[in-house]
Ligand binder design. Structure first.
Ligand code: CTP
Length: 409
């Protein structure tokens, strides 16, 4: 997304950053930096109480513009109307329960809420509050109202809150909020809103003894890109992560697993009400027949052979016994040779709707930020996705999942 808009190269994209009165206001400083360093013009509009957490000089210094909280300054300019009309994007971070309620009900008692009412641009809310407030029926209803109106409300992250408590309610990572905003500005709407998608990521580990395992090279980057992009497109996302050392994507429920059997249980449970399941995890086909209770020692004598037993094929199972009629199932396949022929055969064998096939080796795929692939569809033409960021491949996958969801109410 270029920060200059049609209408002239001098016209920088204008972002209004609303800041609510939550302790997470300090993280909005980083969000502001991400916007300004990318060339956006940002006007910060905190609420009066937000200034108790981060003061006016900080916002003015970081944004390079004057900061006010009410409509009684620069009155001839009618700031709440001008800001709303001129904004290309309005993002509120942190969005408190109080701000969500005011926005849902159209209250306009200060500059931020007034601007929310006059803005006709896309609006993104990044909530942060205690779990009880987020889960309260009043907040749920307000969030539903705002989403119905087309606003993007990012689900809060799960983790440590202000006090000793943990749960859903943390402000998502500023980089994640920035990414959602960038996509909204690029015209990618929330086309997965109201959908639940399940993504598996990473690589399973099959224990030999308490310290050793049979594993694979999967980093989880592609699965995380799928989860992140689905959340940015409005989906409720469950990410089943097998041995991944990456930060949780914003607004995504992460279920951590180790082995293929654990991954199977977690995927089946999450798939019970899912509209789509994407199996990006590298699942071990075999596991040691016995997991020794104590560490194998070299002093035990000559090594014993390791006997393997087959793991269940989760993709084939969920494709052939769909829990919801019309549920869209996507598989991944990394192949080293005869890529398309092997991919076609695998698509048929597994019974999934789409299979994303990529050639591995030559530095592509494992642990790298880029990927190139072909998306095969049951009864459709293959789509080549050229080498590029894993988020682009993820978007290309969702672009093909979305039309297939039409048959699910
Ligand atoms: N998969 C799965 N369960 C397994 C193995 C694989 O669900 N036990 C899924 C993967 O998540 C992936 C797809 O199946 O989406 C293809 O994985 P791959 O390892 O290429 O398939 P295999 O059937 O194991 O084929 P191969 O013999 O080529 O390894």
């Amino acid at each position: 997304m270029s920060p200059s808009r049609p209408g002239g190269p001098d016209r920088r994209t204008r972002v209004v950053l609303g800041v609510g009165a939550g302790i997470a206001a300090y993280k909005a400083c980083e969000l502001l930096r991400l916007f300004t360093e990318s060339g956006f013009s940002v006007r910060v509009v905190p609420t009066a109480d937000a200034l108790r957490f981060v003061g006016q000089p900080t916002w003015e210094a970081l944004s390079g513009t004057k900061v006010t909280t009410d409509v009684w300054q620069d009155v001839p300019e009618v700031p709440h109307v001008r800001l709303g009309q001129e904004a290309d994007l309005l993002v509120v971070a942190p969005a408190t329960a109080d701000l969500l309620a005011k926005a849902a009900h159209g209250l306009a008692g200060d500059l931020l809420t007034g601007t929310l009412l006059t803005a006709r641009c896309p609006v993104v809310f990044a909530p942060a509050m205690h779990t009880e407030m987020w889960e309260h029926p009043a907040t749920r209803a307000n969030v539903a109202t705002l989403r119905d109106r087309g606003c993007v409300v990012v689900d809060p992250a799960v983790g440590r809150l202000t006090g000793a408590d943990t749960g859903p309610g943390r402000l998502p990572d500023p980089a994640e909020i920035y990414e959602v905003c960038r996509r909204v500005l690029a015209g990618r709407g929330p086309d997965l809103a109201g959908r639940h998608v399940v993504v598996s990521a990473g690589g399973t580990r099959e224990a030999l003894d308490p310290v050793r395992f049979l594993g694979n090279r999967s980093s989880g980057l592609q699965g995380y890109a799928l989860a992140r992009t689905a959340a940015a497109r409005g989906a409720r996302v469950t990410l089943v992560a097998a041995n991944v050392a990456l930060p949780d994507p914003a607004g995504v429920t992460v279920v951590r697993v180790g082995s293929a059997l654990e991954l199977r249980s977690a995927v089946l449970a999450a798939a019970a009400d899912a509209d789509a399941v994407v199996m990006a995890a590298a699942v071990a086909d075999f596991r040691p027949a016995d997991r020794l209770a104590t560490k194998i020692k070299k002093t035990d004598g000559d090594p014993e052979p390791i006997y393997l037993v087959k793991n269940p094929d989760i993709l084939a199972e969920i494709s052939q016994e769909r829990q919801i009629p019309g549920q869209v199932i996507v598989g991944f396949a990394a192949e080293t040779d005869d890529v398309l022929a092997n991919g076609r055969a695998k698509l048929e064998r597994k019974g999934c709707d789409l299979l994303v096939v990529n050639r591995v080796g030559d530095g592509i795929a494992f642990g790298t930020p880029d990927n190139a692939a072909t998306i095969l569809a049951a009864g459709g033409d293959p789509v080549e996705v050229p080498r590029g960021p894993k988020d682009d491949l993820a978007d290309a996958v969702w672009d093909r999942v979305v039309p297939r969801l039409a048959s699910i109410p």
